[in-house]
Ligand binder design. Structure first.
Ligand code: TXA
Ligand code: MG
Length: 324
């Protein structure tokens, strides 16, 4: 597999036309039909666009991995409409039930023991005894899961390791010709992926900082994602633009596209007023713009570490990490 001019070349994915439809009733019906046929479909959520497949259909899930060029050891999040659906899939201890009551629907993914007979395709969990579940707060994706009547497995709808998509145009940029349909509901609200926690022995452990700030979960803002768990989105280099990325840059050289924040204006600012929610919503869109700028390098202004800053800095560190 190779990264060629912004698109993966992979002989396992047959070339096809990628339709972009509005996320209305017709679009939803079209998406449900394709999912029933075992095809992957890109759907909007409140965090980023996801590339969905019927979670019970192994071939469909394989198409998601192939379209993304995703290493097969990296498990997927399964999206549900709520508690009834989730109880068939995983064991739900009281501490998890409490989190679901507080944060669902919403950007909190919970890793729980997979139930026997859950019916989820083996590729979804990639050999783990646990399953990551989430109930997205987006009417389109809720309507699609409802229409399908089954949970959908959905990673972010970008080529593996690249920038996550917050607009339909971002999905097109990396997956055009590789998937049949994108439902376009405009830019996503939150802009960074869900927070992922594991619930074990009644305790909550942060696996990936995200749209629910650590403070809301009573975790320290700098709670480092634990080293031992395998949440492979935790690969050091991830969310990476094509160019090298330099962090904590209050000033930039002429060859660098400068991403600003607060008092540092830059070429484009994550948030001129220093608002972290605005910065999270703009993050991936501005990384796409920086990548497309034609400048050979990217520099990013300092972003504070508290609140949503935990997720923003996590993504920036991975974007800046040395590539494999
Ligand atoms: O906001 C989001 O979470 C988006 C939208 C589409 O829902 N999805 C998303 O999926 O970010 P993805 O595949 O890009 O990231 C999922 C992360 C990966 O790092 C994966 O390794 C981890 O979740 N993961 C999935 N199942 C897991 C499990 N059983 N245990 C630990 N980590 C798991
Ligand atoms: Mg991703």
């Amino acid at each position: 597999m190779a990264w060629i001019g912004g698109a993966y070349s992979d002989s396992r994915v047959s070339a096809q036309t990628t339709l972009v439809l509005p996320a209305d009733a017709d679009g939803v019906a079209r998406a449900v039909g394709l999912l029933r046929d075992g095809q992957p479909v890109a759907l909007p959520t409140e965090t980023v666009y996801g590339l969905a497949a019927d979670a019970t259909n192994g071939e469909a899930v394989a198409r998601v991995y192939a379209a993304k060029g995703r290493p097969s050891f990296n498990p997927l999040i399964v999206h549900v409409t709520g508690l009834t659906m989730v109880r068939d899939l995983v064991e739900v201890p009281p501490a998890a039930l409490d989190l679901m009551a507080r944060f669902w629907p919403g950007p909190l993914t919970i890793v729980l023991p997979l139930r026997e007979g859950a019916g989820v395709a083996g590729l979804v969990v990639a050999g783990l005894p646990t399953l990551a579940v989430r109930c997205p707060d987006h009417p389109t994706t809720q309507a699609v899961i409802e229409g399908l009547g089954r949970p959908v497995a959905a990673p972010s709808a970008n080529a593996s390791g690249r920038i996550s998509p917050t607009r339909a145009s971002h999905v097109l940029e990396s997956l055009s010709g590789r998937i049949p349909l994108i439902l376009d509901a405009g830019p996503t609200r939150a802009g960074v992926e869900s927070t992922i926690v594991a619930v074990e022995d009644g305790g909550v452990r942060l696996l990936r900082p995200g749209s629910v700030p650590p403070e809301a979960l009573n975790l320290a803002p700098d709670a480092a994602p634990a080293g031992r768990i395998v949440a492979p989105g935790q690969l050091a280099s991830h969310y990476a633009p094509a160019q090298p990325v330099r962090l904590e840059a209050v000033a930039a050289a002429p060859h660098e596209f400068h991403i600003g924040f607060g008092p540092v204006p830059g070429d484009r600012s994550l948030s001129p007023s220093g608002d972290l929610a605005e910065a999270a919503a703009n993050l991936f869109d501005i990384l796409y713009a920086a990548q497309a700028s034609g400048r050979p390098a990217i520099a990013v202004a300092p972003v504070p570490a508290h609140g949503l800053g935990a997720a923003i800095n996590d993504r920036l560190r991975r974007a800046a990490a040395p590539r494999e």
